[in-house]
Design a protein around this ligand. Structure first.
Ligand code: LLP
Length: 404
């Protein structure tokens, strides 16, 4: 990914060529980067030998799931749709874990039938439901219980999940009761304790605190868990922020934790695997000059990428063709949707732009396409993957006909 003679190239392919060939807005992924992320993640945690279950919610494109499966990853799913997609991508059931606070009986039944590794239950009611279904099917089902460790992940409140006011997991008190209950059940096999405290975490402290709490609570149960699922949440660098989560240090902390608890570790990373591998290529439809700023009206909108509108997330925007002329006015990159929050970024001293120029919204591989919608009845964009200099369409642009 770099500029050559002022033109931006993604894995050796000129971005302007991609835009012309596949039209915009266009999601483009780099296989090279995906592989690099997986290899780095594995290296960072190689002393632990974890089972890495990719959080499908971050990106559920089937072709990408197939690539991740080939790189050795399993899946963390949160719905029947995601579970079906993971299975259809060839991910082995014994590498799939199922999280979520509201699994329906149909979803639980489907998971049991497909013999997935674990259903990570999040409440007493859910455990009773799993037990009931297991009983009618005359089965003993492997489950985990998600603990809410009441830990502040020091991330955005909207993507924080491990505090007691969040709906996820169960409190220590209920956890201890449920361990006892499941232990006696003829149809349930308690194999795992799971936690996930939030997303886009860049500080190690919340993880360390989480491990401490887990340690204390597991000791209280006197139960030997075959698996400890530590969830995902590892943050990435969205351009300007230079903070980096020290995964090696986290690995060391887990290693010493494992001296006391000899269980297999499961991770459920989403963003850290796929986030920085995706680019959203967009064309400027109009430039609307205002006294104070220029509205750069793109053909991409909040239906294609909702993170800025939903979380005030900042995704860096770069020009496809660089020039040296700086604009005096602030550029406000917006989409065409009829909402004031349909705004990507305001940038001072961006280069001069003109209508029909192309730009790239960066680091959109995670929670980009998977959170897209048809709002304003806009078709979803195409997704392409660049792998070994070959370009593959991995999902076709929706047609208006499909939407009618
Ligand atoms: N495991 C569980 C149980 C989760 O709920 C999540 C994310 C993950 C794993 C993966 O977390 P990651 O490694 O990707 O941080 N839409 C938001 C993020 C929501 C995350 C929801 N849960 C965003 O665009 O920032």
């Amino acid at each position: 990914m770099k500029y050559k003679a002022n033109n931006y190239f993604i894995d050796g392919i000129k971005t302007s060529f991609l835009a012309k060939k596949f039209s915009t807005p266009l999601y483009c992924y780099s296989y090279k980067k995906i592989k690099e992320n997986v290899v780095n993640f594995k290296n960072d945690f190689n002393t632990i030998n974890p089972l890495i279950c990719f959080a499908v919610k971050a990106n559920s494109n089937k072709k990408l799931l197939i690539e991740l499966r080939k790189l050795g990853l399993g899946a963390d799913v949160v719905s029947m749709g995601e579970l079906m997609k993971a299975l259809k991508s060839g991910i082995k059931p014994n590498k799939i874990v199922f999280s979520g606070v509201g699994k329906t009986n149909v979803e639980i039944d489907y998971a049991i039938k497909n013999k997935i590794l674990l259903i990570n239950a999040e409440s007493k009611s859910e455990i009773l439901e799993i037990e009931k279904i297991a009983k009618t099917r005359n089965k003993k089902v492997d489950i985990g219980i998600r603990l809410n460790p009441n830990t502040d992940a020091k991330t955005l409140s909207q993507i924080s999940t491990g505090k007691k006011e969040n709906k996820f997991g169960v409190s220590e008190k209920i956890f201890l009761e449920l361990v006892k209950y499941v232990n006696k059940s003829k149809n349930l096999n308690l194999k795992c304790v799971s936690v996930h405290i939030g997303s886009q975490i860049l500080e190690i402290k919340p993880y360390q605190k989480m491990l401490k709490i887990l340690d204390k609570i597991i000791k209280k149960t006197k139960y030997k868990f075959e698996y400890i699922d530590l969830g995902g949440g590892m943050g990435i660098n969205y351009g300007k922020n230079k903070k980096k989560l020290n995964l090696k240090k986290y690995a060391e902390n887990i290693k010493s934790f494992m001296k006391k608890h000899n269980s297999r570790i499961i991770f459920e990373p989403g963003r850290s695997i796929i986030g920085n591998t995706g680019f959203l290529i967009s064309k400027i439809t109009y430039i609307k000059e205002n006294e104070k700023k220029n509205f750069i009206i793109l053909d991409a909108a909040m239906n294609d990428l909702i993170r800025p509108a939903l979380y005030n997330a900042k995704h860096q925007i770069i020009p496809v063709t660089k020039n040296k002329k700086k604009s005096k006015k602030t550029h406000e990159f917006v989409g065409p949707i009829c909402e004031s929050t349909d705004k990507f970024l305001s940038v001072k001293k961006f280069q001069k732009l003109k209508e029909k120029d192309l730009v790239i919204i960066c680091d959109v591989g995670a929670y980009g396409m998977s959170l897209s919608s048809n709002y304003n009845l806009r078709p979803k964009p195409s997704e392409i993957l660049i792998k070994n200099s070959q370009i593959k369409i991995i999902s076709k642009r929706q047609s208006l006909k499909e939407l009618m």
